[in-house]
Design a protein around this ligand. Structure first.
Ligand SMILES: [Zn+2]
Length: 307
């Protein structure tokens, strides 16, 4: 029976239920980043737990906290959120988001040392806790695949090959997705173990289809975040993808990595937006219910368990 590691131990694939594949529950962004952009102070476990409860009440069951090492992952805060909302399965990750967030020391450290640290997060536990990561992250910048981008992706590839955990990447504005897959595959990763985040920031059907036809997954995580384009854009790509038989290669989340996205911190659309507003809209737009179940339940289960 295929299982996935969560904050509360292993969960069977069939018990993951409705999954939000890309979130950030509570973390401590690097000091320099907070000075540059105070809207990364998503750091209050009690407020986060209050809103995670709305996700659970809306039928949500599993959340992947995609906060990477360089973005200020704080496992104690994540654990506190989990204690307050024990009904939610929370999955932690290891690895790096993108070169821009990384401390310069990352690029002075040999690959082997970074790989060792990430593997330890998966095998031993994160930061001295017993919480084990179940995913590894890598990423690249806007339209770049430079030495630094390649280093983060290469580390993710090696960690995946050693441990078997799947890879979820960051793409900047949905760019370089296909190139990320090519690079990871050239390091021995099977496409079906790769998911690319933020692809609906670049709602380009031709690009999405060539990625999913390789076997990799595309992540849509901007519903309701109109600054990244109206939902009409992502829904028209989504419709074409489903019509072309690619609906089993899409993961859905909301990537609410800023307090201004959370109602409990005074913003919106809120952590239950996908389930209470976006999914009803898909139904109103006559998206097939089986296709919606694939997005919420079947695709993430298959991706996470590797079944
Ligand atoms: Zn994110």
């Amino acid at each position: 029976m295929a299982t996935v590691m969560t904050l509360n131990g292993e969960v069977r694939g069939e018990d993951l239920g409705v999954v939000d594949y890309h979130e950030h529950l509570a973390f401590d962004a690097p000091e320099w980043l907070l000075k540059e952009d105070p809207d990364f102070a998503l750091n209050n476990p009690e407020k986060s737990a209050e809103e995670l409860t709305t996700f659970v009440h809306a039928g949500g069951r599993t959340i992947i906290d995609m906060t990477a090492i360089d973005f200020g992952r704080n496992i104690a805060k994540m654990q506190r959120v989990g204690e307050l909302v024990p009904q939610a399965h929370i999955i932690a990750i290891t690895g790096y988001n993108k070169p821009y967030f990384c401390d310069p020391s990352v690029f002075e450290t040999p690959d082997a040392d970074l790989i060792k640290d990430c593997i330890s997060d998966i095998v031993d536990g994160i930061d001295g806790t017993s919480v084990r990561a179940a995913i590894v992250k890598g990423g690249s910048g806007y339209n770049t695949m430079n030495q630094q981008d390649r280093k983060l992706l290469r580390v993710a590839a090696k960690v995946h090959l050693e441990t078997g955990v799947p890879i979820i990447t960051h793409t900047e504005g949905g760019t370089m997705g296909f190139e990320q897959v090519e690079y990871l595959v050239s390091h021995g990763v099977k496409p079906e173990r790769i998911c690319l985040s933020h692809m609906d920031r670049n709602p380009d059907f031709w690009e999405h289809r060539r990625i999913t036809q390789s076997g990799a997954y595309v992540g849509y995580d901007c519903p309701g975040k109109t600054k990244y384009g109206p939902d009409e854009y992502r829904n028209s790509v989504l419709r074409k993808m489903i019509d072309e038989g690619q609906g089993n290669r899409i993961l859905l989340g909301n990537d609410l990595g800023r307090p201004s996205y959370w109602r409990s911190y005074g913003g919106g659309p809120g952590l239950d937006f996908v389930l209470t507003k976006y999914i009803p809209r898909l139904k109103a737009e006559l998206f097939n219910h089986a296709a919606i179940d694939d997005l919420l339940i079947n695709n993430p289960r298959r991706f996470l368990t590797g079944e």
